[in-house]
Structure formats: structure tokens, C-alpha cells
Design a binder for this molecule. Sequence first.
Ligand SMILES: Cc1cc2nc3c(=O)[nH]c(=O)nc-3n(C[C@H](O)[C@H](O)[C@H](O)COP(=O)(O)O)c2cc1C
Length: 190
Amino acid sequence: MNDSETTSVLGISGSLRVGSYNSALLHAAVDVAPAGMTIDIVRLNDIPVYNEDVRAQGWPEAVATLRRRISAADAILIATPEYNYSVPGALKNAVDWASRPPEQPFEGKPVAIMGASPGRLGTARAQYHLRQCFVYLNSSVLNKPEVMVGGAPSLFDDAGELTDDETRERVSDLLLALAKAVRLARGAAE
Ligand SMILES: Cc1cc2nc3c(=O)[nH]c(=O)nc-3n(C[C@H](O)[C@H](O)[C@H](O)COP(=O)(O)O)c2cc1C
């Protein structure tokens, strides 16, 4: 397998909590990733609240690491919770930090969004708000398949394993679409 057949994905969970369904969904993605795809997961726990005065003094270490890892990845996979019908502050804050110039790292990057919630709509509203941010950042957000995992408590076991085959298949389909988007982006760059 050469480099053109491998895809490095940076996984970002919008939840900071240990028992997060969204982090568990990302771990399920690692399990079902297609051959040649690696998914590394970055934690947002150490990202400070955005402050332009802080940025003016230099990137905080956790932000510099996040930006470096976004730039280095072929694609981004985000698992977002939904808070009050929108994107959780921790995730939006991380995107805000990462997006600041110079060298905005989301530019042109293939991005896949998924999310899990106990509610019936499975983060649909948060996903559409997040998608809007990436319009401004000029990323290539996949339109389909949509992975909106509702009723999460019944789909994961106590160890955080995604036990629902249909949802695993949907995540797998999303990753196949992401790998295809990376191939298309590479082709366009040649
Ligand atoms: C501040 C707050 C707001 C929430 N708002 C919503 C909501 O709008 N829609 C929804 O489906 N769930 C909502 N929830 C419930 C979350 O979906 C639930 O806590 C979920 O487990 C969070 O994701 P996580 O398991 O990855 O941490 C909210 C939770 C919190 C803490």
C-alpha cells in the first residue's frame, strides 16, 4: 500500500466527559475504518476559552497541537453532541481557535460530521449548525451519508461499545465516503 492509498483522519469528539456517547461513536469509527485508514483522536479538554488577547501572545500549547494535527491529517471526523439545539461550546471554541489565521487548517479539508444523543433526532440540529461554520472555513463537508444517532443509551453497552449493527454500518459508510473525498481532493490537486 503506498501513500496515495492511505488516509489519515483526525477524530474530534465535541464532548469532554469520560462516558461520552460521541467519544464512543468515534471509537466505533476506529473499529470499522476501512483498510488503509487510520483515525487518531484528539482531546479538547486542555483547550482554553478563546481570547484574542491570549492569541496575540502566541498559540497556547493545546491549540498549537490541535492546529498542527488538523493540518497534518488528510481528513477530519467530528462526533458532535447537541446542546440546546446547537454545537457544544467546547467544540465551537476549539474550531474557533483552530480557524484563526495564518494558514487556516480547515481550508479545503474533507470533513465528516456525525453525532449521538439520547434524544430522537440524534444531534441533527447541532450538525447543521456545525456544517454552517465549515462553509465559512471553506472545508469540504460530506453531505451524505448523514449519521445522526438517536436513542444512544440503547445502542452502546456499559463499556461504551457500539453494539448496534445498523449504526456501525452507517459509520462505516461515512468513512468510505470520507476516503473517497480524500481521493478526489488528491486527484484535483494533481
Ligand atoms: C447543556 C446541555 C444541553 C443539551 N441539549 C440537548 C439538545 O438540544 N438536544 C439533545 O438531543 N440533547 C441535549 N442534551 C443532552 C445530550 O445529548 C446528552 O447529555 C449527551 O449524552 C451528550 O453527549 P455525550 O454523551 O457525548 O457527552 C443536552 C445536554 C446538556 C448538558
